[in-house]
Design a protein around this ligand. Structure first.
Ligand code: C5P
Length: 193
């Protein structure tokens, strides 16, 4: 069975948690596509060459979750040649036999517009910054500023900007608890199956 769940949205909205839960519930493969951009940013040097040569080992680095790695990822993610180099891998993953969940910024709009289920998971910048701050600590105002800066870059870029697909279901986790958000996502997948 070919079946794709596309989960897009801004940083720290809860995409990863929902994606992992949906993948586990239905036995689908899961790809966190942000890791691809984080790895390209972390490799340094020429980002286009890094994207073209990216290997599974590069995704195992333990420094990919930091605020700096997120900023570096969003800077290389504006480069069309970087996005193009990562496209085929993501498309093949999305349409591989057995079902797949991909979370990112452009899955429902660019990578897999034919996805059977499209979710746009979002929350206010303040709520998302607070969640990120609980993970990384440090200066809360700086974490909020980083979230706002990254949103602006991801939404404002010319190539594959972050936006909900027209046929996406929006899940706002500002007030919705984790269990309810997961239940909502799973029921949409179940209905589409
Ligand atoms: O989701 P995560 O915070 O790990 O993503 C890091 C950055 O990678 C995002 O801010 C965005 O700039 C970029 N990204 C993207 N397209 C995706 C996934 C991530 O441009 N599908």
């Amino acid at each position: 069975m070919i079946f794709t769940v596309a989960i897009d949205g801004p940083a720290a909205a809860g995409k990863g948690t929902i994606s992992r839960a949906v993948a586990a519930e239905f036995g689908f493969a899961h790809l966190d596509t942000g890791l691809l951009y984080r790895a390209v940013g972390a490799l340094g040097g020429d980002p286009i060459a890094a994207a073209r040569a990216l290997s599974p080992d590069d995704l195992q680095r333990d420094d990919l979750r930091t605020l700096e790695a997120g900023q570096a990822a969003s800077r290389v993610a504006v480069i069309p040649e970087v996005r193009a180099a990562l496209l085929d891998f993501q498309r093949r993953f999305a349409r591989a036999e057995g079902g797949a969940v991909l979370d990112g910024r452009d899955i429902g709009t660019v990578i897999c517009p034919e996805a059977e289920v499209k979710l746009y998971v979002t929350a206010s910048a303040e709520v998302r910054a607070h969640r990120r701050w609980l993970e990384v600590g440090g200066d809360a105002a700086r974490v909020l500023a980083e979230v706002i800066e990254r949103d602006a870059r991801d939404m404002g870029r010319a190539d594959a900007p972050l936006r909900p697909a027209e046929d996406a279901t929006v899940i706002d986790t500002s007030t919705l608890g984790t269990a309810d958000a997961i239940a909502r996502a799973c029921s949409l997948v179940r209905a589409a199956l």
